[in-house]
Structure formats: C-alpha cells, structure tokens
Design a protein around this ligand. Structure first.
Ligand code: ZN
Length: 317
C-alpha cells in the first residue's frame, strides 16, 4: 500500500489580508513565501507562510474571505492548527504573545509536549507545541524574521478534528492513507507517521452540529506524497475506498488532489515538488503577486481589486 508522508500544508480562512500578514509574518515571524490568488476566486489573495525555503510541512496558507461569517464549530471540521516551536522556547513565546496582546489560553501539556493555545486575530485556534518533530522535518531559518532563528516556528505540527464517528475516519486514515495510531489522551486519539512530521488528533463530537467553514476556520488539510506517480497510486486507493477524489490539479508549486475523508473534512494530497522557487527567485519569495499563466492577462484587474499589502518591518530580535 502507498501512503502519505505527514503534513504538506494547512489552509485556513482569515479576515482582512493585512491583519493576517501582520500576525503570521509579524507576530509569529513566519516567512510569506508566496503571495498569490485563490485560483477559483482570483479576487481573493492566497497567502502562504512557511520557513525560509517553503519546505513541504512548514506551510500554513490563508484565503482572506473577510466577508464570510464565523465558522460553525462542529463535526467534520478541523478546529485547531498546531505549529511546532523549538524545545525550551515556550517562555519566549509566552512573553512575545503577551507583548502583542494575543488571546492565549495558557500553557498545557499535550501528548508530552508543552503547548500554548492561542486564538489568532480572526478567531482561528492555533497551538504552539514545543519540539515534537524536530528531527523529522526539514527547516531553514528565515533571516528576515522578527523572531530569532533559534525561536522560530519550525513548521506544522498537526490539527485537531471533530468527528461524529471517529472510528470510521480512523479506519480510513490507517487503512487507506497509511497513518499510524499513536495513542489517546483526554478524549483525543492521535494519528501520525513514524518518519515524518504532522499528526491529526480526532475527538468524538456525536452531539455537535455539522461544522461549517467561516472566517477563522481551517479549510483543508494537505498531506504529502513524494511525486506524481505516488499521488496517482494514493488517489486510486482513495477512490477504491469509496471517496470521490478530484482529478490532479496543477498548483504550479505542487500538484493537488482533493477529497473528503468519511467524516467530511476536506483533505488534499500534494506533491513535494517542484516547490515555491519554481516561479520566483528564492531570495525574493512572496514579494510580488504571482498569478497562474491563465490569469496573467487579467493582472491589472486583479491587482485593482486586491488590497495592497505591507510586510512587517524588521524590528530588533
Ligand atoms: Zn491546499
């Protein structure tokens, strides 16, 4: 059986784009590695934050759909994103979040890792998790970050998902996508990979309503495959398991296939390559608006409707 290899990226829905940039590039100090548009809704940005090189597994992306209502938290929805921070950095982050008046729930221990749970400016729940995956991920520090390299966000750690029937999803994760069941704690069951970073924690939410997207919710979870051949093989397994997968869609920086897992959460499988440097100088990632070729002829109109964005000025560490 072919399987996926950890998290590739997570995409969420935010409010106004500039506030999103200020928080993820400014407060959290991630690098804006790609400034593009939603390919199905080109009047909306698609903003990608990652490590300096945009390694697969470091990448949190947003659609700023500020006109949307807040989400309906419920089953079939990913309800929190976890980012990995280096071991021993939780006090640094606690102080930094306080300095920027971020809503923080406090420090707790989850599956043995110290964690700060916070809410971003548009209501997305984010957890900063100390040192869970360090040796299992590629990471390049971003010298333009306001956060010093030894404290920087290392990449995606995982996501929490509510399910009406977690066992059905669990069987799909392990039987079709190659996840391993890691263990249980406080009502959450964790699934992940021995050799790559990225976990998903499932919780039974039988009596909850069906969740729905909104500003401050996760849109989808994308999982890594090595190349186009492996993607087709995993896609075939997904279809044989009875889920409807889209054809392969070329996102230029990777190729994508989308489907819903049995509980209703939108998943994607995305190839590791070619990566964010395929259409920009690696030294200047994210500085200019990048459009897919079929939208280049409409660049003037697209730029006219997108709000201008300013990257946070580099302040002292
Ligand atoms: Zn995606």
């Amino acid at each position: 059986m072919h399987g996926v290899h950890g998290l590739h990226h997570i995409t969420a829905i935010s409010g106004p784009a500039q506030e999103n940039v200020d928080f993820y590039a400014g407060v959290l100090g991630m690098r804006l590695v790609k400034k593009s548009v939603n390919q199905d809704d080109p009047g909306t940005y698609h903003l990608f934050y990652a490590d300096a090189e945009g390694h697969p597994g470091t990448d949190l992306t947003f659609f700023p759909w500020k006109q949307m209502a807040p989400p309906r938290i419920g089953h079939g929805l990913a309800t929190e994103v976890a980012l990995e921070i280096p071991p021993g950095s939780i006090d640094y982050w606690g102080t930094r979040l306080q300095k920027y008046a971020v809503r923080v729930e406090g420090v707790e221990t989850r599956f043995g890792n110290r964690t700060i749970a916070l809410t971003d400016p548009h209501g997305l729940r984010v957890a900063l998790v100390e040192g869970a995956d360090g040796s299992r991920r590629a990471f390049a520090p971003w010298n333009g970050s306001p956060v010093p390299p030894e404290r920087q966000v290392r990449g995606l750690h995982g996501a929490q998902v509510w399910e009406r029937d977690p066992e059905v999803t669990a069987a799909f994760l392990t039987g079709v996508l190659g996840f391993v069941r890691f263990g249980e704690e406080n009502g959450w069951t964790r699934f992940g990979f021995p050799d790559s970073a990225g976990v998903v924690d499932l919780r039974e939410a039988k009596d909850a309503r069906r969740g729905a997207w909104g500003v401050g919710s996760v849109h989808h979870l994308a999982w890594r495959v090595a190349d186009a051949g492996e993607q087709l093989a995993v896609r075939e397994q997904i279809e044989q398991a009875g889920a409807n997968a889209t054809p392969v869609i070329d996102r230029f920086w990777f190729k994508s296939v989308y489907f819903k897992e049995p509980g209703g959460v939108l998943f994607e499988i995305a190839t590791d390559g070619p990566g964010f440097a395929v259409d920009e100088d690696p030294a200047h990632l994210g500085e200019a608006l990048v459009l897919p070729p079929w939208l280049e002829t409409a660049r003037d109109r697209i730029e006219a409707v997108l709000p201008p964005l300013t990257l946070p000025a580099l302040t002292s560490h």
